[in-house]
Design a protein around this ligand. Sequence first.
Ligand SMILES: Cc1ncc(C[n+]2csc(CCOP(=O)(O)OP(=O)(O)O)c2C)c(N)n1
Length: 528
Amino acid sequence: MKVREAVCALLREFELTTIFGNPGSTELPMLRDFPRDFRYVLGLQESIVVALADGYAQARHKAALVNLHSAVGVGHALGSIFTAYRNQTPLVITAGQQARSIMPYEPFLYSEQAAQLPKPYVKWSVEPARAADVPAAIARAYYVAMQAPRGPTFVSIPVDDWDQGCEPLAARAVSTRVGADPQLLASAAQALTQARRPVIVVGASVARNQAWDETIALAERHNAAVWVAPMSARNSFPENHRLFAGFLPADRSGIVKALAGNDLVLVLGAPAFTYHVEGHGPHVPQGAQLLQLTDDPAVAAWCPVGTSIVTDLRLGVAQLLALTTAAANAPTPLRTAPTIAARPPLRAPELLDDRYLMQMIAALRPAHSILVEEAPSSRAALHDYLPIIERDGFHTCASGGLGHGLPAAIGVALAQQDGAQPRRKVIALLGDGSAMYAIQGLWSAAALGTPVAFIIVNNRSYQALAEFGQHFGIATLPCVQLGGLDFCALASAQGLRARRVERAADLEAALSEVFSATVPMLLEVCVR
Ligand SMILES: Cc1ncc(C[n+]2csc(CCOP(=O)(O)OP(=O)(O)O)c2C)c(N)n1
């Protein structure tokens, strides 16, 4: 059979029949006789293509397939590939390449070191030695992408390979989860049972490994306060739970201060810890023991103190539940966050601000809706006024790279459209600066008809950077003022309905409209 037929058959078995791509001449033969059961999702620049696929894969807890244009297309995609790597999102990324017979003559579009180009931010990368090896390369790329820790893989495919002959290849069962060392886990269980006052820190792999219920049960069993790990990209614990303690800062002394008074810090599915600023001194409070369960052996290896156990989080936490008993006198957990219900509601301000916006979104958002956030300086307001209480209800990027949120939200919404039940409304909460890294993603939302509610928090600046300047003692920066951007025009130019709000009095009606829309819609909220 031809390589194209063998690959299509394999992709069907892997449920990879949606191709997220942006085509060029070197990819066209892949698309000949495009099968009816396949779908091509077009993104208008490669960084958007990869982020679309990232959101889609995360929402489905399955791999997604990407096709990029040879060298420059991969180059455009690199930022999003880095983010997918940090997000641990399983992506099989293919890219076109020039024909094998003319490679010696440095042809137009040739990527001389194609397999090297996306490294080190792919887990495996190859340009197969022969056309006949392409199906096996794609199969391996899929299995590696799905193995823990999940992540992107890359296959460069010369344009003339698709019509060459090859042997068919059947999909195999290859395990995707790892289990803990039983001895280490037993001693961890013992330490947890004996702890006077344990505290839990949850990270994104609790959500990625679908360990939501197990984590709640473990926290309740040990009456342990639960903090969210610094910069966590997913939600892993209900923020209205009595044991929810809040969000750890990304600096060392702040973490030690927040966790002080606990004798055991159990970190689930997170690095310990992600720092954003320089810090010194201990990593955990004096006298506290650190226990980490992580699905990433590299994260286990660089953890500075304590015991690290490599395991799938769902398996590992379920085993801890099986091995531990509740402490006889469960102590009162230290320091839980004031519940949002206990916070006095904000009155409508003269000039709109992000805190009031978050409060209104919390009040009006559709039940079960999913928030995809990329609005850096509004994080604190989000934490304080917009609680995330349901599993898989929140996404942001783990890399800190802007340009992910807008297309990722479309990918998450496409997964809802594709039959995830119940269908959940997707709200993309984006800073004005962030939105501009991927604004042409709106075109894909319009083309797909995915009913994302895009909310732009327009403060006309890179506010987070203006604020971060103070950390370095810099009062004013020459590069943080935006302004002059008309998001309604940018949206309607790409086929989206759009509306702008400047006064608090108009916010409720506008939010209600964008939340009930059955098509993608953008709401630009001008805040001070
Ligand atoms: C790809 C990329 N480039 C630059 C940055 C640095 N950066 C961090 S926050 C920020 C400002 C974002 O502005 P906006 O989305 O308007 O949100 P605000 O800070 O105003 O809340 C920038 C540029 C980044 N994180 N990623």
